[in-house]
Design a protein around this ligand. Sequence first.
Ligand code: MN
Length: 308
Amino acid sequence: MGAPSAEFELRGASAPSVEINRLRRAMSHDPVLEVRTAGLWPASEPRCRATAGHRPAILLSATLHTAIHIPFPPRTGYARPMTQLIFPLAPPTVPIDGETRAFPVRRIYCVGRNYAAHAREMGADPAAEPPFFFMKPADAVVLGNRVPYPPDTDNLHHEVELVIAIGRGGWDVAYEQALDLVYGYAVGVDLTKRDRQNDAKAKGQPWERAKSFEASAPISPIFPAERIGHPKSGAIALAVNGETRQSGDLADLILPVPAIIARISEVWTLAPGDLIFTGTPEGVSRITRGDHITAQVEGVARIDFEMS
Ligand code: MN
């Protein structure tokens, strides 16, 4: 079509700026950036092509100054430019063991009924109903050794879970590539208002009131996979006031870590900052104010807090 264009790779904040400034001088308006990826980013270094007057499937209509700050192109084809905010809003964060910088939280995915024995204790048939997914808001994460007992429940349950911290994004990620997206692992507790969840199940309503309340996701620091590896088996356990309530093994996950990542990425675009609570083994039970909770995943992490 004869419009000026150039190809380059997004390798850092400043690499494409020379190319774009050259294009901007050659054109009467800001160039349109087409971003192509191989499905993984930023590891695969998205290729960008800047042209004028053409709308490809994935594009960023923005000046380079804004475009280079966009960390990845979502599959929806629209990337939000950096812009000024009318009030400050910072993402919730989780500390990383051995690292002064924190892990910013974007989304929290959770897997439902990913251990057969827990599915059965919930009255479900794991052979008939495969695991499924739901979400908590990012600000459900809660750190430290005091977790506030929430309103709106008389039957708060603990669910100890291995947590995956995503460091690279992607969609339609193959099982074989899925672990490339993992930054590290933590242990978390998917706090659940079982009474509200049972109400919702009975009425066919969504689970947010039961699952997605503030401070519903106590979590340990994240341990980088480059140090601890990718756990495939190991004890996962939770005790209340020193008495073991949950005791399982990661080997019993119906969907193991790579399968969870592959399945979620069929439906949603995974991105750096996402956390995935991978499901809980059997033994969930009621906790109340003053209870002391210890939870751990062998070879990963441990968490210790009081409901207050
Ligand atoms: Mn859970």
